[in-house]
Design a protein around this ligand. Structure first.
Ligand code: PXP
Length: 238
């Protein structure tokens, strides 16, 4: 199965915000990622707008020609933004307000009512919904119960353990992705995926629908250039 590469461009916005002004130009970065082969663009607006800003997301609406994926915690403001933009996919993430980056998946059992309401609302607008979850069967079953279309497996722990024990690192992901498939959920993955650990992930989970990658890819672009880097990531997914 073909695995789609969605490039998370938040880090371009973080760099821009460090100085004010418009360098690097986030809109141009999105267009260039597509031109260089990215099959999707991901943004993760946070309430304090320290990375991508709400205004960027609105501007990207008319620019992104591949799959647009907006991810984040479903606050009222976030959902209003998503409804204005109507991306192909919205990935819901249970971020606490002050976390540096997403660091866990949903407890889909505890949040059943909330997630059901939010997902219904997004479905009414024709937006596909993916839920960020840890590779834990009961939470995947819970994602199905709230009517999610997909899950995005949180791969932070995979990346962390990969360097010392790749067999141990991948095991829960293989089991839980197979389980997700068996109950009719497509499986995305993201967080801390890199040129070191991506091809092993893909080899063991060939049916992954999409990976969303930001930090490592943008850092690699400093050394290899954006075009080369995107091509290198695409090759890992072959
Ligand atoms: N998926 C989710 C839900 C995220 O929050 C992030 C980081 O913004 C990513 C994927 C991408 O992670 P990374 O920047 O480590 O590639």
């Amino acid at each position: 199965m073909h695995t789609r590469l969605s490039v998370n461009i938040n880090k371009c916005a973080t760099l821009r915000n460090a100085r004010g002004g418009n360098i690097p130009d986030v809109i141009k970065a999105a267009k260039d990622c597509e031109r260089f082969g990215a099959e999707g663009i991901t943004v993760h607006p946070r309430p304090d707008e320290r990375h991508i800003k709400y205004a960027d997301v609105l501007e990207l609406k008319d620019v992104v020609n591949t799959e647009f994926n907006i991810e984040g915690y479903p606050t009222k403001e976030f959902l209003e933004l998503v409804q204005k933009v109507k991306p192909a996919q919205c990935t819901l993430v249970p971020d606490d307000e002050n976390v540096i980056t997403s660091n866990q998946g949903w407890d889909t059992l505890k949040q059943n009512k909330f997630l059901t309401e939010v997902i219904n609302e997004l479905h009414e607008s024709g937006i596909r919904v993916s839920l960020f979850v840890d590779p834990i069967e009961q939470f995947i079953e819970g994602a199905k119960a709230v009517n999610a279309d997909r899950i995005e497996l949180y791969t932070g722990p995979y990346a962390h353990i990969f360097s010392t024990d790749k067999f141990k690192a991948i095991e829960p992901y293989v089991q839980s992705a197979k389980y997700a498939q068996s109950i009719g959920l497509l499986v995305n993955a993201g967080h801390d995926l890199s040129l070191d650990n991506l091809s092993y992930f893909k080899k063991n989970l060939p049916f992954i629908a999409e990976v969303s990658i930001g930090h490592a890819l943008i850092c690699d672009a400093l050394y290899y250039g954006l075009e080369n880097t995107i091509q290198m990531y695409l090759r890992q997914l072959k």
